[in-house]
Design a protein around this ligand. Structure first.
Ligand SMILES: Cc1cc2nc3c(=O)[nH]c(=O)nc-3n(C[C@H](O)[C@H](O)[C@H](O)COP(=O)(O)OP(=O)(O)OC[C@H]3O[C@@H](n4cnc5c(N)ncnc54)[C@H](O)[C@@H]3O)c2cc1C
Ligand code: SF4
Length: 206
């Protein structure tokens, strides 16, 4: 059984408090929402924050607001299962609810947030392995090693998310272009869209 490392767990009551805790931790910290991505990664020592700051119960992050004309703003802390059933989302942008329903399983959706879904650590077969497995191949460029095993001639990891994508708070769903039958999803920071595109680049099927 893989065990979590020892870490400090903080539960802020507001976004400002959460940001203050992150600043105080001096960079050696990570936010966590549902933990469905971060905690398995910590067990495999892919991510090793000494402080974990929970944003799961911040009410400010649970909001869904907007309308069909101007678009919706989805809080980063909205659970995927809530997104599937949200009356405003299903009435205005049903494709968003339907898409969320396609993610993983009910158990995962009950715990996962949309913010966490956008910011999961990128997948790679040479990286999503236990510490001992990764050590046996001398790790890889993304963490602790100096070779990319997907593209050994490469000096960069094609599974690496842009760092600027890792702090967004909300996703804005803009209204459909012409007919109202299609929608554009724009992330609150423009570079996050690159992150979403990259996320699956060296990935395996779920
Ligand atoms: C078995 C399995 C199957 C899956 N299948 C699919 C699938 O079919 N399709 C798919 O798209 N995904 C899939 N996933 C990914 C899943 O959707 C994500 O694990 C989940 O959405 C992450 O949400 P979370 O709230 O648990 O994130 P966490 O694990 O809590 O966090 C993930 C990352 O996001 C950061 N983060 C979270 N919230 C915030 C915030 N508010 N502000 C700043 N940073 C934040 C954390 O610091 C961490 O780096 C699957 C996962 C598993 C384990
Ligand atoms: S793409 Fe290369 S460097 Fe990135 S995680 Fe995979 S093996 Fe490691």
């Amino acid at each position: 059984m893989l065990r979590l490392p020892v870490f400090t767990f903080l539960t802020p009551k507001t976004i400002d408090e959460a940001i203050g805790m992150m600043v105080d931790a001096g960079g050696d910290a990570s936010f966590v929402a549902g933990g469905t991505d971060l905690f398995p990664n910590m067990k495999r020592r892919q991510q090793t924050p000494r402080t974990v700051i929970s944003v799961l119960s911040l009410p400010e992050l649970r909001a869904v607001r907007g309308n069909a004309t101007e678009g919706l703003t989805l809080g980063a802390g909205v659970l995927l299962s809530d997104l599937c059933a949200d009356p405003l989302v299903t009435a205005t942008f049903p494709v968003v609810a339907r898409t969320a329903r396609l993610i993983s399983t009910p158990l995962l959706r009950n715990m996962s947030t949309i913010g966490g879904n956008l910011l999961i650590d990128t997948r790679c077969d040479y990286y999503d392995q236990t510490y001992e497995w990764r050590k046996s191949i001398h790790f890889c460029l993304k963490k602790d090693g100096d070779t990319c095993w997907v593209a050994p001639g490469s000096s960069t990891c094609s599974s690496w998310p842009p760092r600027s994508a890792s702090r967004s708070r909300s996703v804005t769903t803009r209204p459909a272009r012409a007919s109202g039958t299609r929608s554009n999803i724009a992330y609150s920071r423009s570079s996050a869209s690159t992150g979403a595109a990259n996320r699956w680049s060296a990935s395996r099927p779920w």
